[in-house]
Design a protein around this ligand. Structure first.
Ligand code: BJW
Length: 247
């Protein structure tokens, strides 16, 4: 399974970038977006994760987030999340860019992380743009309201919305700096993140994909490791630790 090319490259990596998508949280029991189990009341993510959907039917969109928060609230980080936290400890230069809004990476204590699509435990005032934690706002209506009277929305990035500039700047900086990228559990169809592996590759970086099945990223990846991220990532860490001990 672990080929020499992958292990040699990791051992000599100076700056490791890891990108994750919904697949990393699948083994924590959180549905992915594009798997059948990701459907909610027959809506697809593309029907609900848009500013247009929220403007037209805020209650339904809010209920979708409540449904997801219910599942996520009962979930725990899995072996894949924990292995990424260990990778952070093994590299002096490290960044995780996650597309996930579930907050599970944060619960491992990881420090160098960009939640590029936001976090569903935060809310944002649709008038003032001020953000707060959901648990700090009174839930008197669906969706809840800000003190200023305007509706609150999840502090996430929907289709057609820009990625917050600080997050995007940090991502672009590291894409230029990193020499190895591990991209985990994403279908590679949502931009701009879907373009990051190719950019790393064009800059001379090495791209390792971890997924249960081939994706469009497989075409640019130097190595694709097929299987559950909760199995493969701990194996990578174990191998790397052994290699470091051997010197
Ligand atoms: C496992 C596993 C296991 C399962 N182990 N693996 C350029 C070209 C074309 C279109 C665009 C473009 N630039 C922008 C766009 C438009 C749009 C876009 O990309 N559309 C495409 C669908 C075509 N992008 C945007 O609008 C973005 N904004 C932007 O670029 O602003 C500038 C701009 C605006 C307008 C026009 C042009 C430029 C914003 C995108 C925001 C995405 N938001 C969402 C919702 C977030 C909030 C929420 O969660 O509610 O983000 S959509 C949803 O998709 C979510 C995810 O983060 C994202 C990616 O999904 P992901 O993580 O890949 O999940 P899945 O389910 O697709 O895949 C899971 C994978 O795991 C699978 O491969 C499984 O096999 C695998 N797996 N079990 C390992 N155990």
């Amino acid at each position: 399974m672990m080929n020499n090319q992958v292990t040699d490259r990791l051992a000599s990596t100076k700056f490791l970038l890891v990108i994750t998508g919904a697949g990393i949280s699948a083994e924590s029991g959180i549905p992915t977006f594009r798997g059948n189990e990701g459907l909610w009341k027959n809506y697809r993510a593309e029907d609900l994760a848009t500013p247009h959907a929220f403007a037209r039917d805020p209650e339904t969109v809010w209920e979708w987030y409540d449904w997801r928060r219910g599942i996520i609230g009962r979930a725990e980080p899995n072996a894949g999340h924990l292995a990424i936290k260990e990778l952070e400890e093994l590299f002096d230069n490290f960044l995780l860019i996650t597309q996930n809004v579930d907050g599970l990476h944060g619960r491992t204590g990881i420090r160098n992380m960009v939640e590029i699509h936001g976090n569903l435990w935060r809310v944002r005032c649709t008038r003032e743009g001020k953000t707060s934690m959901l648990m700090d706002v009174p839930l008197k209506s669906v969706p809840p309201k800000c003190e200023c009277g305007a509706v609150l929305r999840p502090d996430v990035v929907w289709f057609g919305e820009s990625i917050p500039s600080l997050a995007l700047e940090k991502a672009f900086r590291v894409i230029e700096q990193c020499d190895t990228l591990i991209v985990v559990g994403t279908s590679g169809v949502v931009y701009p993140v879907a373009s990051f592996p190719e950019t790393v590759k064009n800059n001379g970086g090495f791209v390792i994909e971890v997924n249960v099945e081939p994706t469009p990223i497989s075409a640019v990846a130097d190595a694709s490791l097929y299987g559950n991220s909760g199995d493969i990532l701990p194996m990578l860490v174990k191998w790397l630790r052994r290699k470091r001990q051997e010197g």
